[in-house]
Write a protein that binds this ligand. Structure first.
Ligand code: NAD
Length: 416
């Protein structure tokens, strides 16, 4: 068991990195080079509010590692986004992109703000100012942002427009754009769809029939809502869902289509009438086959991990488990499908979008989903086989593959 001293989220992510580096036998200097972000930028983002005041936000862009290609990673708008968190998420992007073998390095951005309390005009001004502050780091062959927590395709349209005002029309500088502006079909559902593909593969291996399997999903945004919809289509029984306002539980299964409609009209799932209201804490402790955290970081920690009653945890969110929670669940025999595998579908379809932008062409939905399925399934099998051959967890195997690939390429390029 890890010591009980509180460590930062970046240090937590590096617990997993260090284990992989140790197993790979990387020399100390190489470890240090891979652990540290290559470049970090903190910026002030002043905007005029609708009331006419000036408010100054803090924004970040961290480029963690560019050995395998241009930096790639989302931009998060959240009250808790800070340097440490963005740094941690940037490093996860490095290992994720390497694991699924797409030609990107890892990055992440963020602004500490609460987008739920801001108007569309304020968010537009905030995004434009932030883009101008980090524009010199970006580029279609340098660093390519995408949506994350609290941002969406509209945010990417504003970023693309602002970048284009300086550099000329460059749709490939961001991904997750609206389809009309060069986005890829299937990008909005891609992270949820990818999570569902690996869940399907894990279910096969564990002998769990998806038909009627009980599912609990925390978070009903871009990732969670698609995960719920697609699992519903697969015949799973979604028994619990939540968002920031709370959750609902129905052991007989929630009518997914009615839930989606309720969310559209009421903007929350927590008031859905056909179920009992539960808190987010209670939701994570529901008895189920698959628990899918799809909201924020560190929701399962040493205090609530012993109460998790799922057979499998699918990390659709980034870093939803602390390393201590991870150890507790592993010891209890719970299968954990790690974030760098489970939520890679988003960046994979972002990669498809980036390539489509190069030759100004649009793939159809069938091609996008087919290629996504191939890459997710291939990555899942590679992780499963590595875990079996090395007698380690799926997370350890995923990091081993990702870190190993980045270390190899860094050596080949000759800068170390
Ligand atoms: P989003 O902003 O679209 O949705 C977030 C959801 O989480 C909302 O339903 C919100 O109400 C809920 N939420 C927020 N705070 C919560 C809390 N304290 N407790 C419970 N629920 C809470 O964000 P998203 O894009 O769906 O991202 C969700 C997670 O998935 C994040 O960890 C993100 O990094 C990860 N992720 C997203 C993508 C992507 O393509 N968008 C790709 C990979 C990973």
């Amino acid at each position: 068991m890890l010591g009980s001293k509180e460590i930062t989220v970046y240090e937590e992510v590096n617990v997993f990195f260090d284990r992989a580096a140790e197993r790979l036998g990387l020399e100390d200097g190489v470890r240090e080079m891979l652990r540290r972000p290559w470049r970090e930028l903190q910026v002030s983002v002043p905007i005029r509010t609708d009331e006419g005041d000036i408010k100054v936000y803090t924004g970040y862009r961290v480029q963690h590692n560019g050995a395998r290609g241009p930096y790639k990673g989302g931009v998060r708008y959240h009250p808790l986004a800070d340097q440490e968190e963005v740094r941690a998420l940037a490093s996860l992007m490095t290992w994720k992109n390497a694991l699924v073998d797409i030609p990107f390095g890892g990055a992440k951005g963020g602004i500490q703000c609460d987008p739920r309390t801001m108007s569309e005009g304020e968010l537009n001004r905030l995004t434009r100012r932030y883009t101008l502050q980090i524009e010199h780091l970006l580029g279609v062959n340098r660093d390519i942002p995408a949506p994350d927590l609290g941002t969406n395709s509209q945010t990417m349209a504003w970023m693309m427009d602002t970048y284009g005002q300086v550099h000329g029309y460059t749709p490939g500088v961001v991904t997750g754009k609206p389809v009309e502006l060069g986005g890829s079909v299937g990008r909005d559902s891609a992270t949820g769809r990818g999570a569902v593909y690996v869940l399907r593969e894990a279910a096969k291996d564990l002998g769990i029939s998806p038909d009627g399997a009980r599912i609990v999903v925390q978070g009903f945004g871009q990732v969670g809502s698609w995960t719920v919809r697609l699992l519903g289509e697969m015949g799973c029984k979604v028994i619990g869902v939540s968002d920031v306002d709370g959750g609902i539980y129905n052991p007989n299964g929630i009518d997914v289509n009615a839930l989606v409609q309720h969310k559209e009209s009421c903007r929350t799932v927590s008031t859905f009438p056909n179920g009992d209201r539960v808190t987010n804490e209670e939701l994570l402790e529901l008895d189920c086959e698959f628990l899918v955290p799809a909201a924020i970081d560190k929701v399962i920690h040493r205090d609530n991990a012993p109460k998790v009653r799922a057979r499998v945890v699918v990390e659709a969110a980034n870093h939803p488990l602390t390393p201590e929670a991870d150890e507790i669940l592993n010891a209890a025999g719970v299968t954990v499908i790690p974030d760098i595998l489970a939520n890679a579908g988003g960046v994979i379809v972002s990669y498809f979008e980036w390539t489509q932008n190069f030759y100004q062409h649009q793939w159809d939905m069938e091609r996008v989903n087919d290629e996504l399925n191939k890459i997710m399934t291939r990555a899942y099998i590679a992780v499963k086989e590595k875990a079996a051959s090395e007698r380690i967890t799926l997370r350890e195997a995923a990091f081993l593959i990702g870190v190993g690939r980045v270390a190899k390429v860094a050596k080949m390029r000759g800068f170390i």
